[in-house]
Structure formats: C-alpha cells, structure tokens
Design a protein around this ligand. Structure first.
Ligand code: EPZ
Length: 417
C-alpha cells in the first residue's frame, strides 16, 4: 500500500496550475449518455474517480477515447443500462448515470450506493424526483430499478439541497416531455458547469446558478465540445497548504469566481488574497488567526474545505468553532490531527479547535478524500516526518498532488509500504 511521507517546516512559495474539477467532470461524462453523438471534454483531470467512471461507461457500451486531458465519449448505443455494485461501491458518484439512462434508454439498474466514511448519503431525493417525472422506481436486493417509456416534466421540490440529486434530475429533465421545474436546487459551480454543457448539447435550461431550474424537454440532444471548469476544492486546498506554512502562491487557470467563501475565510485568517479573472495570489502571515466555520450549500462555506481549515485552525492563534452541517460524520480527520498534537474537542456536529504552537510528525490514517487533504496540510508544518497511509483516498481527487506540492518547495514523497 502506498504512503505519503512529508517532512514539515518548509515555507511554500511558487505557482500552481489548477486541474479540471472532479465534481464537474463526473456528471459531464454521464451527460454523454443523453446523446448518440460524441461529447468531447477538455481539461479533464487524471484522477482515479475519472478512470472508474470511464470504465463503468465503457461497460455500458459507451465508446471512450482519451488523449492527454481530452476525453471523447460516444453513446451511439447503450448495450447495458446497468451500474453494478462493485463499481458503484468504488465511487458513489456512479449514481449520476441513473437519470441519463432512464431519460435516454428508458430503463436503468443501478446499485444503491452504500454509505461512506462521511455519512449515510441516501439517494431518496434522486428517486423521489424520478418518480415525480413518471418513472416506475423500485429498490430490490440493493439495486435501484427505474424505467419509463418517456419521462414527463414535473415540479420537483427537494427536501434537502443535493448536488448530485440536482444533477441527476437536471440531466433527466432535458429529454422529458414538457417542462420540469426543480426547486431548492443546488447552486454549486459544478452544477452550473454541467448545465452549461447540457445547453451546449441543445438542452433548454433557465435559472442556471439559482435555486430554481426550469428545463423544457427536447426530443434529442446533440454532441458538444466543452472545457471542464477548474477545481475550486483543489484550488482551496493549495491555498490552505501554502497559508499554513506562511508562504505565498499564485494559482493559475483558477476558478477565481467560485471561491468567495473560502477567500473570505483566508482573509479573516490574516492572508492577503488578490483575485484576478482566472488567477489568485495569496500571501500568508507568519502565523494565521483561527477562524470559525459553518459549512453550507453553495455559496456558503463548502463542506469539502472543512478538513483543510481544521488543519489551519490547529496551529493558528486563538481558538475556533467549526460546525459541519452537511454530513453527519465528517470529523474523522480530527482524531488523526490529534495524533499530531492538535487540540480539538468534538461535540456532535461541532468541533472546538484551540491553536497550538506546533504539531509533531507521526503516522496517520486517511479516511476519506478531504480528510486526507487536511492531514497533508498539517504534515507540511508538523515537526519532523508525517506519514499518511491509505493514499488511495487522495488519488481519487487530487491530480499529481505530490508533484504540485514539491514544485512549491514541500519535502514530500510517495513511498511503498
Ligand atoms: C456532492 O456529493 C459532492 N460529490 C461531494 O464531494 C460534496 O461533499 C457534496 O456534494 C456536498 O457539497 C460530487 O459532486 C461527486 P449531496 P453528494 O447530495 O451529491 C443529503 C468530494 O470530496 N441527501 O449534496 O452526494 C446527504 O446525506 C465529495 O469531492 C439526502 O438526504 O452530496 C447530505 O447530508 C465528498 N438525500 C446532504 O443531503 C438525497 O437523496 C448533501 O448531500 C441526497 C442527499
């Protein structure tokens, strides 16, 4: 099993180019199921989750060609509208094939994605929305069976803001008969990017970026070529990695407009952050101030940046209260940070972090993608060596992580056990 070894104490300085957004490219690849024509995506990141989804789509009969950061998918025919458990359990986002398969093929058998480390992660809102659009939906032996001769437009009101729920039903609605209104829709930039791809494919969508999406179904969609937006969580992660070391960085090809809540918190922590059209420059103070956080759906503070900021708060001046309102179990990085010497008290969905003068390197365990990012950030300042195990979590969501960190001056290496 691979591990990441970090020797703390280096001040990070330099420039990093942002990769394509994992949480935008995953639904976009599923959108290719909606048309028999080729869909070409550029700026596609080299990630385990992308590879997993491409192999699932190929098993369905989608032709996939990849060269560099360009992927062309063509669902001329869909031989098998199914997503088996062994692939869905590897990546929950496989649920995003459900809406497109029912809309295009009239049927789908998709394994129920189980929970994961951060929570139960039900998909009831996805199923409720499809049923409202006339699909016959049943769950048997752990599989979702959904079918519909043709989906029909409906008014859907989500009980909870759900990113992939919004994406699944948005894709399904593009080919439904009539108008679909999705209320309490997620407004995440990745949802907006997907909507822009769908429009480029011929879909008729109003309200992009708002919490009410209005979709007029069309008979068919055509192919398109589209550049995937840059990854705002990757960008935020590097801003935190540099900030904790008191360094400075320029992020290029950055989703500068999608990071307001994160930039606001970094400024509150004492960083100066300049924002350009597609670049960001951060200069951090020698020591950060602790900042309170409360995660929320976009445009609120992203839950996917909570672990990274808990690492910042662990060595900042003062103490902070972090409230995680999206997932019920997203503090597992706290116990690992405590192994490095952090002073964190967890009470349900609230963590109280009291900054300490310094952390000490140790071997820690990654439990989920963003928790491992938080541990990497802490390892950059922990005295001595920090070894992070279960690296596969990191490889799911960060392209060339150690190369990018090393280019900023970090002492980081991937080692075999
Ligand atoms: C997406 O997950 C992201 N994944 C997650 O990023 C991200 O943390 C999350 O949105 C929140 O921003 C992708 O986009 C592939 P939700 P998703 O449905 O869509 C509850 C990462 O690290 N809910 O918005 O699965 C759910 O339990 C990953 O890149 C229901 O109750 O999250 C949660 O409490 C981690 N019923 C809340 O809504 C449903 O049917 C938000 O979940 C659906 C969701």
């Amino acid at each position: 099993m691979e591990k990441l070894r970090i020797t703390g104490g280096r001040r990070l300085v330099g420039e990093v180019a942002c990769s394509g957004a994992k949480n935008a490219v995953l639904p976009m690849m599923c959108a290719a199921l909606l048309t028999r024509e080729p869909v070409t995506l550029t700026h596609v990141p080299e990630l385990q989750d992308v590879a997993t989804l491409l192999s699932l789509l190929e098993r369905m009969g989608v032709s996939v060609q990849r060269s560099g950061d360009t992927v062309t998918l063509c669902a001329r025919t869909i031989d098998s509208p199914t997503a088996p458990y062994e692939l869905v359990k590897a990546m929950r986002a496989s649920i995003l094939v459900l809406g497109p398969l029912v809309a295009r093929a009239g049927e789908a058998v998709v394994s129920l994605p189980g929970g994961c480390a951060i929570g139960a992660r039900p998909v009831d809102q996805h199923l409720k929305g499809l049923a409202a659009m006339g699909a016959e939906v049943r769950v048997e032996h752990g599989d979702i069976h959904a079918c519909a001769r043709r989906l029909r437009g409906a008014r859907i009101v989500f009980d909870v803001v759900t990113v992939t729920g919004t994406e699944n039903l948005l894709m399904a609605a593009t080919l439904a008969e009539g108008v679909t209104v999705i209320e309490n829709a997620a407004r995440e930039p990745e949802v907006q990017d997907l909507a822009r791809l769908l429009v480029a494919m011929g879909a008729e969508i109003d309200g992009i970026g708002s919490d009410t999406l209005v979709v007029r179904g069309v008979e068919r969609l055509h192919g398109a070529t589209y550049r995937v937006m840059s990854d705002r969580i990757e960008a935020g992660t590097y801003l935190c990695a540099v900030a904790i070391t008191g360094g400075e960085v320029v992020l290029t090809d950055a989703p500068a407009r999608a990071l307001d809540a994160v930039i606001h918190k970094l400024r509150e922590a004492g960083c100066s952050v300049e924002v350009g059209e597609d670049w960001l420059r951060l200069v951090a103070p020698r020591r950060l101030r602790a900042v309170d956080l409360r995660t929320a759906p976009y445009p609120g503070f992203p839950t996917d940046m909570q672990a990274q900021f808990m690492a910042l708060d662990s060595v900042a001046m003062g103490s902070a209260v972090i409230r995680e309102t999206i997932f019920e179990n997203r503090f597992m990085h706290a116990v690992e940070l405590q192994r490095l010497g952090a002073n964190i008290h967890i009470d349900g969905a609230t963590a109280v972090v009291t900054g300490v003068e310094g952390l000490q390197g140790a071997t820690v365990m990654a439990t989920d993608l963003r928790a491992s990012a938080g541990l990497v950030i802490a390892g950059l300042v922990a005295e001595g060596e920090t070894v992070i195990e279960q690296l596969h979590h990191l490889d799911r969501g960060y392209e060339r992580l150690e190369a990018k960190l090393a280019s900023l001056g970090a002492a980081v290496a991937r080692v075999e056990r």
